[in-house]
Ligand binder design. Structure first.
Ligand code: AMP
Ligand code: MN
Ligand code: MN
Ligand code: MN
Length: 283
């Protein structure tokens, strides 16, 4: 039996993707995805649409979100899967996490103005599908449009990462809270793309240890943001910490994402797939 084609990480216009939930569902199904989750940043407003679109395309569906967390001074992303999208505590927690984005965006714009790029807030807003969810990605799209950089990667490198003029340090949710919102709503918490954080070995060990202690149960092993070597490394971490493994493209846009929906290697066969923990949450 061939392994299940599950893609449990991607973004729509409800956060910083460029496709609607329906367009993503159609693309995922065309690429052979059998089990899908839409995981918009800090937002679950697209969940009912995504589930309906998945079912219309013959896919099974898990609810999803990607929560921004601050841990050891660094932003960490926690993917939640299979939770009740109508859970009031989860909705309140996400709303609180989104809360600072508007003011932060004004500060990003002020930093860019000082670097000689005026009106970036207004420019970014043109790309925003959900006014609560203005993100660095929307600024990056505007700076490409304005001809300042050739692609969004260059914008992040030159303007939007630590030490650069449009970088604004921000306090997101606590690790413990994020894991508990997801778990109390019946879902499973997963550490997203662990190779992308700039942690020392000790900090990373603390992240996995605390995540487990709070009830976290999964880690993304195969993701569009990992090389093969990184996937192998975090397969080892999954074994060491007894975590289930997840698989997701982190697709944002046909023009920007190098990994398409469903186009990923399978998980290592000895790992427990995270969807095995969620059999009764799949719709
Ligand atoms: P924010 O939540 O506003 O801090 O924005 C974070 C988002 O920016 C991530 O979810 C990615 O979509 C995007 N991003 C982060 N780093 C990069 C990068 N180096 N190149 C392109 N996009 C990035
Ligand atoms: Mn994103
Ligand atoms: Mn992420
Ligand atoms: Mn993501």
């Amino acid at each position: 039996m061939s392994p299940l084609n599950a893609d449990l990480h991607c973004h729509s216009v409800v956060s910083d993707g460029t496709l609607t939930p329906e367009e993503l569902a159609a693309r995922a199904a065309a690429n052979g995805v059998e089990l899908w989750a839409l995981t918009d940043h800090d937002e679950i407003g697209g969940q009912h649409r995504a589930a309906a679109a998945a079912h219309a395309k013959g896919m099974r569906y898990l609810t999803g979100t990607e929560i921004s967390v601050t841990f050891a001074g660094e932003t960490v992303h926690i993917v939640g899967l299979g939770f009740d999208p109508d859970d009031a505590e989860m909705q309140r927690g996400l709303q609180q996490t989104r809360g600072g984005r508007g003011g932060r965006a004004q500060e990003i714009s002020a930093g860019l103005a000082q670097a000689g790029i005026p009106n970036a807030y207004e420019g970014a807003l043109k790309y925003v599908g959900n006014p609560d969810l203005i993100s660095r990605t929307h600024f990056a799209r505007y700076l490409v449009e304005a001809g300042i950089c050739k692609d969004t990667n260059e914008v992040f490198r030159r303007f939007l990462t630590e030490g650069k003029p449009g970088f604004v340090p921000h306090r997101w949710a606590n690790l413990k809270d994020a894991v508990q919102w997801i778990t109390a709503a019946g879902g499973v918490a997963v550490i997203a793309h662990p190779a992308r954080y700039r942690f020392t070995a000790n900090e990373e060990y603390a992240l996995f240890t605390e995540f487990k202690a709070h009830g976290g149960r999964g880690v993304e092993v195969v993701t569009g943001s990992h090389t093969t070597a990184e996937a192998n490394k975090y397969a080892g971490t999954a074994r060491e910490f007894g975590l289930a493994a997840s698989r997701g493209s982190d697709f944002h846009s046909p023009d920007e994402s190098h990994t398409d929906l469903g186009k990923l290697p399978p998980l290592p066969a000895d790992l427990v797939p995270v969807w095995d923990l969620l059999a009764d949450r799949i719709r």
